[in-house]
Design a protein around this ligand. Structure first.
Ligand SMILES: [Zn+2]
Length: 486
């Protein structure tokens, strides 16, 4: 009896150990590397002849009804999702516009593009002006953009951009035959004399909204003018939900006896942006039709409403800033599909290049087509590039998210499966996992910086001695901040 009980005990222990090992294997499954994107099977089906990327600035995924929001409806994003593929776990590699759009345009990380801030000296923060000066960097001309790849393949290309962060810098225009933007209030007024004349700022509501509406008109005209072109690529970038939040009727929040909160006002702007999306979808459907058309809808980053104590974007890499909507619709893709596996904004370009049957070397992202069809590797999500405050980095891998903050609590760890809102820091509880992810993040950061240095060396002859010195300083400080050099 005793020996039987002992055997049962031993068996139980063995089974438990096996279960634990199995569990560890499944949760600690080695994801593919940040630095070496895995190769995926090439797409061999028919190709799209019209490709449209619609980026609406500052849209949190969780404020769209197709992403589960219940306080309002976003019918146009919903109809796009119903007819296409919705990525439920899509992440931006950056916390603000320029590095995020740079990553979308090139499938490279912001560090590789030089679009990241310089870490501040210990105990200090850069002033907003200092940070902005550091970040006034052009998109490198020597990198290959999505527009260039499509242009070379015979696509007529045009961009419609209402975002000064892109219009004020060189390099984003690479590969576009036309780059349309309402460059000044004067132009907006010329095109629409009814617009108010007292506008002070480019972000003022009259300007931003009129400019977005003009952009939608210009896009429609361009589609009409190029009806005979066999291949078209259009990029549309609306600014609407960006601050200040001043939604107009009928999108203004209905509250009585109090002022609406920023979050409620933002929701009104998200609904306005959804209406703009609807206008663009109508134009494409009417002028270009569904056949052979690929539409990609994405945002560059989300927005914070004190979810983790901060407002706006550019301050942190928490979910409310980096989780973005991403929807792709084409008759070449399944309709009504939801992909739960994580994807990054750097995967958009490889997916379009793959679907179009084209090639482009050196991309850091991967085509999502195998993920859409239920296969494919698990992709690690590396994010960086801050506009304000401390330098941060984050890594999502194996269902966990590691956050690095150069000046605050250095390392935080979240279990995204059980704590998707990133509220409970496990860095003191799961030391082994913390260590593993920390090494992965440091390896990636070091190598990306080395790549950046190498690129600088390669193009050194083009730089002035001052620029060279400045770049060297900048790269060294980045390495120093993570303790790689003294
Ligand atoms: Zn933005």
């Amino acid at each position: 009896m005793r020996s039987q009980r002992a055997w049962i005990a031993i068996l139980f222990v063995l089974l438990a150990a096996a279960a634990v090992t199995q569990h560890r294997r499944s949760t600690l499954r080695e994801p593919s590397s940040i630095l070496q994107p895995p190769s995926t099977t090439r797409y061999r089906g028919p190709h799209p002849n019209s490709v449209f990327v619609i980026l609406i600035d500052t849209v949190r995924a969780d404020r769209l009804s197709c992403y589960g929001y219940r306080a309002h409806e976003t019918p146009n994003a919903d109809r796009l999702a119903a007819g296409g593929v919705r990525f439920d776990n899509a992440w931006s590699t950056a916390s603000w516009t320029r590095p995020s759009v740079g990553a979308i345009f090139t499938s490279l990380y912001p560090t590789q593009l030089g679009l990241v801030e310089r870490p501040a000296p210990a105990g200090k923060h850069w002033a907003v002006r200092e940070r902005r000066e550091q970040l006034s960097v052009d998109l490198p001309e020597d990198e290959t953009t999505l527009a260039e790849v499509l242009h070379r393949a015979g696509f007529t290309t045009a961009a419609f951009v209402n975002q000064p962060a892109l219009n004020n810098q060189q390099g984003f225009q690479q590969g576009f035959d036309d780059w349309y933007y309402p460059s000044s209030m004067d132009e907006v007024r010329r095109l629409d004399p009814s617009t108010a004349t007292t506008v002070q700022s480019w972000l003022s509501i009259e300007y931003a909204n009129r400019a977005d509406a003009l952009l939608a008109d210009a896009f429609d005209r361009w589609l009409a003018d190029h009806a005979g072109d066999s291949r078209l690529f259009g990029y549309v970038h609306f600014l609407t939900p960006h601050r200040p939040y001043l939604p107009k009727p009928p999108y203004a929040p209905q509250v009585t006896g109090r002022k609406p909160t920023d979050s409620e006002l933002y929701d009104g702007e998200v609904r306005m942006a959804d209406a703009l999306l609807g206008r663009v979808l109508d134009s494409i459907e009417q002028r270009r039709g569904e056949d052979g058309t690929l539409i990609v809808f994405v945002s560059d980053h989300g927005e914070e409403f004190k979810d983790h104590g901060m407002m706006e974007h550019g301050h942190s890499l928490h979910r409310e800033v980096t989780r973005v909507p991403l929807i792709m619709r084409s008759p070449l893709l399944p309709a009504g599909k939801v992909v739960h596996a994580p994807v990054r904004n750097i995967d958009i370009m490889p997916t379009i290049v793959d679907l179009a049957g084209l090639k482009c070397g050196g991309m850091m992202g991967v085509s999502t087509l195998s993920l859409i069809h239920g296969g494919g590797p698990e992709l690690p999500v590396y994010s960086e590039a801050m506009l304000y405050g401390s330098t941060e980095r984050s890594l999502i891998s194996g269902g966990y998210k590691l956050m690095y903050d150069a000046q605050g609590v250095h390392w935080r760890l979240f279990d995204l499966r059980n704590d998707p809102l990133e509220l409970h820091d496990l860095s003191n509880e799961e030391l082994e996992r913390l260590q593993e992810l920390r090494q992965e993040l440091q390896r990636a950061h070091l190598a990306l910086n080395r790549g950046y240095l190498h690129r600088l060396e390669h193009y050194e002859h083009r730089l002035s001695p001052e620029q060279r010195k400045e770049n060297e300083k900048r790269a060294k400080e980045a390495l120093k901040a993570l303790g790689y050099i003294d």
